[in-house]
Design a protein around this ligand. Structure first.
Ligand SMILES: [Zn+2]
Length: 253
């Protein structure tokens, strides 16, 4: 399971102090694309580290394996996605993109041209569900899967969830518990990284650390985000384990 840090600070200086204590990479959003390119190149060229295709569950005993994933949370994630995918495919990386269905953020059908272009090159497109915020979440989950198939012409092989901070956190955790390996199979998914019981990530390098709590459930301003220094040094996870590089392309320029 990806662990999101709970950070709530009163002032800019609180944040700077926290970053200094953590030896964090002091960089707030929007982030320069070159930082991302440098991270991928660093991993690719570092002995003992390698990328894993997102739909593979393979473990390499002598390597640290890194998956690459994009969550498409907001319109600007869509606008920037091709830039990310072009880079990753050039480096031989097969990432995954997770799409929200019928969210207020963007029209799901707007993703179709990207799916057509990149799925044939090995990029995985899955469902970024927000079913758990609805009372009838099982029905809602089924409807998301059905709509995904209607919009894009295939059933998603993977899914995970879109987080809303603390909003409906208890329900989200219940959904995690509900989704066992058996349930994943029952729903017809091939693989899933919803939580560590389904796919274990020893570390998540991610771009959604929050400087301030959002003003609303749909507030994704990049300037509210910051990066740790794990974007410039590879975290020392054990060989034979796997990590995740998770980005939201809309936070980048
Ligand atoms: Zn999300």
């Amino acid at each position: 399971m990806v662990r999101y840090k709970k950070l709530f600070y009163r002032s800019y200086w609180d944040i700077r102090l926290y970053m200094l204590k953590r030896k964090a990479f002091v960089r707030s959003g929007p982030f320069e694309f070159s930082v991302y390119r440098n991270l991928l190149t660093l991993i690719k060229n570092s002995e003992g580290n390698k990328f894993i295709d997102f739909d593979s569950e393979v473990l390499f005993p002598d390597q640290r394996g890194w998956y690459v994933r994009h969550d498409i949370d907001m319109p600007n994630c869509l606008n920037q996605l091709d830039k990310f995918l072009d880079l990753e495919l050039t480096l031989g990386i097969k990432p995954a993109c997770f799409i929200r269905i019928d969210s207020p953020a963007y029209a799901s059908i707007d993703v179709l041209p990207l799916i057509k272009e990149f799925s044939k090159q090995g990029v995985v497109f899955g469902l970024h569900s927000e079913c758990y915020i609805h009372d009838n979440w099982k029905d809602y989950f089924e409807s998301e899967i059905k709509k995904f198939r209607t919009y894009y012409g295939f059933r998603p092989q993977a899914f995970n969830v879109h987080g809303f901070g603390h909003y409906k956190l208890r329900e989200r955790e219940c959904f995690y518990k509900y989704m066992t390996h058996q349930k994943i199979n029952d729903y017809g998914f091939s693989f899933c990284d919803l939580h560590n019981g389904l796919r274990e990530y020893k570390y998540c390098i991610q771009d959604s650390n929050a400087l301030f709590p959002a003003n609303s459930l749909e507030d994704y301003r990049p300037e509210r985000r910051f990066l740790y220094n794990d974007f410039s040094t590879i975290p020392p996870i054990h060989k034979g384990s796997r990590g995740l590089v998770l980005t939201h392309p809309g936070y980048w320029v």
